[in-house]
Design a protein around this ligand. Structure first.
Ligand code: 1PR
Length: 523
């Protein structure tokens, strides 16, 4: 029996699902006594270090946790659950950690996008039972802005490279912990969890560990979900955001089934966008929550959910905050939430007042769940001008002239699924959202959506160069070569497609086979 320490933040459902999938029973610790009585304890941490330590203290979990860690019984920390073992973190300098191991947690100071999001490798530094059965060249899913700096090198189990080598797993006696998320790392992650559960494996160093690891470019499958005219929840797909064909909503399959297929085919991440979210209140949209719950039972890669994440007053006059909506999604199995229309409203308000209120959905969700949990979905469309001084917006000189031969354009943000253009450009939006605490940009492109003509490289470069958080290129993929093109001509960390995957015109495995040897990918 595994005991799970759930302090109430983030997606613990995925850890529960992974452990149950491995045939083990799991119980959630509700009191300090439950922690003390555990046979094997798993502590997944997500989000802000300070927030986590505060909640642990409020729940009076700190003392039992320290006692458990001194007992010699098996412990597995995950992500911030590993960081908690150290003295403290630069993320919350006033909060004391558990001080089980000497060292501190520091922010990445590297010329790369932070958070470090995606699949990276491990270099094993000492034998362990945790990696029994692995070759050593597998990749695991990381998502963090801070990393452990251990004072005692003897506790370092693995290192990983991201601009600098950092400690990606530790081990001391029966205390083991990983910075990566085994529950989100596909079959390799399940092997790690199984080794922890069984605790009867040989000690070994996996033979094929690279001396230096590399972050893989991610290939993401996106499922636009909505109810069709009969009321069934379907995966649909637009042509420049128009999802109707001959008057009917295109139906390309069932959300849970398709997500399962993409996991099997090697998707590095799956994104669900509730494309009617701007009209409907997502907490009343139980089928969408059900989709997440069911998907996360069998899909062990990160799940992002978007659509309707904003403050909302329901028909009975009860107000829900975006934070509450996001919390429900995290509890249902989501790792990240994606905010679209609300981000445009917030940025407009910030630009107008020159002030951040601390109350926006972006600020509130990132404060509790961490920046990495907040994705901004931008839906831009080109607006052509004859010269840059015709607009106050960030313009580019374009190689794709406008209908009247215009050589300049800017990228106008839209809301409500492209129905309404706003007076904000995508570059300014991305930059402002980063300042507000967003951890990643999902950059769609209405002009390219569903056209199969390739990604809009100009748009992607304009936005990517304006931010230091990861960017997902989206819209327009029509063949394997388009993925190679976007990774060759831009610095994006990942590329997303929908139509070609749904229609099986191109399989995710074929994209990866094509990219192999050209860019770093997870195979
Ligand atoms: O505004 O916070 O409620 O979020 C609504 C979300 O729904 C936004 O993220 C918005 O992008 C999305 N959305 C709204 N309407 C549509 C529509 O299609 N009518 N879909 C829509 C956006 C775009 C992509 C698509 C790529 C790749 N989907 O993510 O998957 O363009 O497609 P392709 O590979 O087939 O070219 P809020």
């Amino acid at each position: 029996m595994i005991t799970l320490l759930d302090y109430g933040a983030g997606n613990v459902r995925s850890v529960i699902n992974a452990i149950e999938k491995l045939g083990e029973r799991i119980t959630v610790a509700k009191t300090g006594r439950d922690i003390l009585d555990a046979e094997k304890l798993v502590f997944p941490g997500v989000g802000n270090f300070g927030n986590m330590m505060r909640i642990l203290r409020q729940k009076q979990f700190v003392e039992p946790l320290v006692d458990y860690l001194s007992s010699g019984r098996p412990f597995l920390g995950i992500c911030v659950g590993m960081q908690a073992l150290f003295a403290g973190s630069d993320e919350a300098p006033d909060e004391r950690g558990l001080c089980i191991l000497p060292g501190r947690v520091k922010r990445f100071d590297v010329p790369l996008a932070v958070p470090h999001i995606g699949w990276n490798g491990i270099s094993a530094q000492q034998p362990t039972d945790l990696f029994y059965g692995l070759q050593g060249d597998e990749k695991f899913y990381f998502v963090h802005s801070y990393h452990v700096v251990a004072d005692d090198p003897a506790v370092t189990l693995t290192t990983t490279d991201y601009g600098v080598p950092f400690v990606s797993a530790i081990q001391k006696d029966n205390i083991q912990a990983t910075q990566f998320h085994p529950e989100k790392s596909g079959a390799s992650g399940l092997t790690v969890l199984e080794n922890f559960i069984r605790k009867d494996r040989r000690l070994a160093i996996p033979g094929k560990c690279p001396s230096q690891t590399r972050l893989a470019k991610r290939i993401i499958a996106c499922l636009d979900v909505r109810a069709n005219d009969r009321g069934d929840l379907v995966v649909t797909k637009g042509d420049q955001y128009d999802v109707r064909e001959d008057g009917n909503v295109r139906n390309l399959g069932k959300p849970v089934e398709l997500a399962g297929r993409y996991f099997e085919e090697g998707a590095d991440e799956v994104t669900f966008l509730n494309i009617t979210g701007f009209r409907d209140f997502p907490l009343e949209d139980m089928p969408m929550i059900q989709v997440l719950k069911e998907t996360s039972r069998n899909v062990f890669v990160p799940l992002t959910i978007g659509g309707g994440i904003r403050d909302f007053t329901d028909k009975n006059g009860r107000t829900y905050t975006a934070l509450q909506v996001a919390a429900e999604y995290f509890r249902s199995g989501a790792d990240k939430v994606s905010i679209g229309s609300d981000a445009v409203d917030v940025v407009e308000a910030v630009l107008k007042s020159g002030q951040q209120t601390g109350k926006s959905a972006i600020e509130q969700i990132s404060h509790v769940y961490g920046n990495q949990a907040v994705v901004i979905s931008i839906d831009p469309r080109r607006v052509y001008v004859d010269s840059p001084d015709q607009t106050p917006h960030a313009t580019i000189e374009t190689a794709i002239p406008g209908p009247q031969g215009q050589r300049y354009c800017w990228f106008q943000c839209t809301v409500k699924g492209g129905r309404e253009g706003r007076d904000v450009d995508a570059v300014t939006l991305a930059r402002t959202c980063e300042q507000l605490g967003a951890g990643e940009i999902l950059l769609n492109c209405i002009d390219r959506d569903g056209t199969n003509t390739g990604f809009d490289i100009e748009l992607i470069n304009a936005v990517k160069q304006a931010v230091s958080i990861p960017v997902i290129a989206s819209s327009g993929a029509g063949c394997e070569a388009h993925f190679a093109e976007v990774f060759e001509h831009t610095d994006v960390e990942s590329a997303l497609a929908a139509g070609i995957f749904h229609r099986r015109e191109v399989l995710i495995s074929a994209v990866k086979a094509y990219l192999k040897g050209k860019v770093e990918i997870r195979l």
